[in-house]
Design a protein around this ligand. Structure first.
Ligand code: ADP
Ligand code: MG
Length: 627
């Protein structure tokens, strides 16, 4: 029998061009992946200024210019070869990667699917070099005068891979991905200046102040930044820094949870789970916190070589990472949640975040597509300075041991969130697990908190937010039984408003009516008030109505059209609720607690603030060493 070797089934070693194209399939998914790789290289080269110029969402041009160390002529040529890297020398180096790149694949991969031009000058060289590469082949090489640093221009991405090209989305969408990526880098590298241009127009720049909050403001916008609480925590093996949203700012998805490990943006189930775990009971179901977390972990404990685009990592100390993130977020929230903002002005921003990113307004649209959908936005203005103050105090106290409560929650290798924790809650957590049964009011503390006990432990209830929740729920219900809550005024009153105020009132007449205020337009910028909520004395009605209108105007100035549809109800509930500092008698307290228990969510007020803080019997006994 004659053996015939079929040419098609023989094993051959692929030529370099083909190998690069295959690698490109993994590394270069879309223009944003090119931007990510180029910017990583700039950062690895020690750049302090990186400018990214984009045309047509990166489909026509992606140009990244840096002032890093640059490359010599030899290195420039080598850099285009597969597995050519200056960052590691041998496999052992993979154990402790300190740079963003290490695979030596990015440049050759990108070059294999585009027209690439590189101009670079190494600090040691008198002149620079310019290379032109077409689909991976160097077609031109010459000396040029150039400043120190590197410019890489990638044109016509995927011109020779039509299947990839076909999958690209609109220029705007692709640019959105790029902008998001630059935003991440800007937050992770606050000392580096980033400039992003699209079609020649500057759409983003980060101020390079070295202060992370400034970068966060530049990226996320001031409104979001105001609602963030600073995270800062360190154990022997893990350092966690960054920002998380106070419970009033939530999202329907996890897009705004951004995690960095050693400066590298990554996805991580462990970090996400630890974050959720810290927010347990604080958020309405289906809502997710916003989080920008930066973890520093000794590089030998992180395997970054588990994903071709380096967007996932593997921790060898998973449990430690989980515990650190949980504690870090916990501590931040605790300090934030403890900041008393109960006053007439509760919920009005008075903080002082400096907006160093002048372009914040512009970029806000860019980086926060969710802002378009007011429904998705749960907002509350928060006094950031109070948070920061509380946080500072907290730090000074040195973190109290949160006990072993959070140990063992992240089961090594499990990869999925563990359902309910078998261990008790940390101190501040809203008592989802403390059943609200057998409640007995004990008394009032500081004329502000109702202290009560229940079968499972002790409860401290914030009287203002509790009442706010009760009133808000009632107003919402009245929507279905319209008309029931308006008290007709014997003598209707007239109020005259500014043009802006009346425009807003006109838009929200229905909601005002739902809140119990019946208004009718009467000539220019004047309204007749015919009815008011029955809980209000007519003498109070005008003042409260004016407060509500003022707040609506302020909110809409700040947020344009982003005011929640139920804002009138929230504000009304807030204005009519019992204030902190008001003395309540036993009957009033009992009634309030009873009413609160009837609410669907007695734990979180409509603004998102916690209503009940608990101390379970178990914790109490443990604290007194009875267990
Ligand atoms: P990696 O980053 O994984 O090493 P790349 O293909 O991204 O691989 O880059 C190859 C090499 O080219 C890098 O190791 C680096 O030495 C050099 N290089 C790439 N971009 C730059 C830059 N902007 N400045 C200086 N050197 C660069
Ligand atoms: Mg690289």
């Amino acid at each position: 029998m004659q053996s015939e070797v079929n040419e098609n089934t023989r094993i051959v070693v692929l030529d370099e061009h083909t190998a690069n194209r295959i690698a490109a399939g993994e590394v270069v998914e879309r223009p944003a992946s090119v931007v990510k790789e180029l910017v990583e290289n700039s950062l690895d080269a020690g750049a302090t200024q990186v400018t990214i110029s984009i045309e047509q969402g990166g489909k026509e041009l992606i140009k990244v210019t840096d002032n890093g160390i640059g490359m010599t002529r030899e290195d420039a040529i080598l850099s285009l070869q597969r597995h050519a890297t200056s960052k590691i020398r041998c496999a052992a180096d993979l154990e402790a990667i300190r740079t963003l790149g290490f695979r030596g694949e990015a440049l050759p991969s990108i070059a294999s699917v585009s027209l690439l031009e590189m101009i670079t000058k190494h600090e040691s060289q008198p002149a620079g070099v310019r290379l032109e590469v077409e689909a991976g082949t160097i077609v031109n090489l010459e000396s040029v005068g150039a400043p120190q640093g590197t410019t890489i221009a990638v044109r016509k991405l995927f011109f020779n891979t039509p299947a990839r090209l076909k999958f690209l989305k609109s220029a705007q969408t692709e640019f959105g991905h790029i902008a998001e990526c630059i935003g991440w880098f800007a937050m992770a590298w606050p000392a580096v200046g980033f400039r992003l241009l699209h079609g020649g127009r500057e759409v983003f720049y980060s101020p390079a102040t070295g202060q992370r909050i400034n970068a966060v403001v530049a990226v996320m916008g001031k409104d979001i930044a105001k609602q963030l609480v600073e995270v800062s925590y360190e154990t022997s093996g893990v350092k966690v820094e960054g920002f998380v949203s106070n419970p009033s700012l939530t999202r329907i998805n996890r897009r705004d949870q951004i995690f960095f490990v050693n400066g590298r943006p990554i996805r991580s189930k462990i970090i996400a789970h630890a974050l959720d775990y810290a927010y347990r009971g604080l958020l309405p179901s289906g809502r997710n916190p916003v989080a920008i977390l930066f973890l520093e972990i000794p590089p030998e404990l992180v395997d970054v070589n588990v994903h071709p685009a380096k967007s996932e990592v593997k921790f060898s100390n998973e449990q430690e990472v989980h515990t650190a993130v949980h504690r870090a977020v916990n501590a931040a929230l605790m300090s934030g949640a403890a900041a008393p903002t109960i006053s007439e002005n509760a919920g009005r921003f008075t903080g002082s975040v400096s907006v160093s990113g002048k372009k914040a307004d512009d970029t806000e649209k860019l980086f926060t597509p969710w802002l378009k959908d007011a429904d998705q936005q749960h907002t509350q203005e928060t006094d950031l300075s109070a948070f920061q103050e509380a946080l500072r105090r907290r730090r000074e106290e040195a973190l109290s041991s949160i006990s072993a409560a959070d140990e063992g929650i992240w089961q090594k290798g499990a990869g999925v969130p563990v359902e309910e924790s078998p261990v008790p809650e940390a101190d501040f957590v809203v008592p989802r697990t403390v059943a609200l049964t057998g409640i007995r009011v004990i008394g009032q503390a500081r004329n502000t908190y109702i202290v009560a006990e229940c079968d499972d432990g002790l409860l401290v209830i914030d009287q203002h937010v509790a009442h706010e929740r009760v009133l808000y729920d009632r107003l919402l219900k009245s929507d279905t039984e319209r008309g029931a809550v308006v008290q007709r005024l014997v003598t209707p009153m007239t109020i005259s408003l500014s043009a802006r105020e009346s425009a807003i009132v006109r838009q929200r007449l229905d909601q005002l009516r739902q809140a119990g205020f019946e208004l009718e337009e009467f000539g220019r910028d004047t309204f007749i008030v015919r009815g008011a909520p029955p809980q209000l004395k007519p003498s109070e009605a005008e003042m409260i109505l004016r407060d509500i209108i003022t707040e609506l105007v302020e909110l809409s100035v700040e947020r344009h059209l982003l005011v929640r549809p139920d804002q009138v109800l929230i504000t009304t509930a807030c204005k009519m609720a019992i204030k902190a500092g008001e003395k309540l008698d036993e009957r009033e307290m009992k009634r309030l607690v009873e009413d609160l228990l009837k609410c669907e969510n007695p734990f979180v007020c409509p603004h998102g603030r916690p209503i009940i803080v608990s101390l379970s019997n178990w914790e109490l006994d443990r604290k007194f060493k009875r267990t």
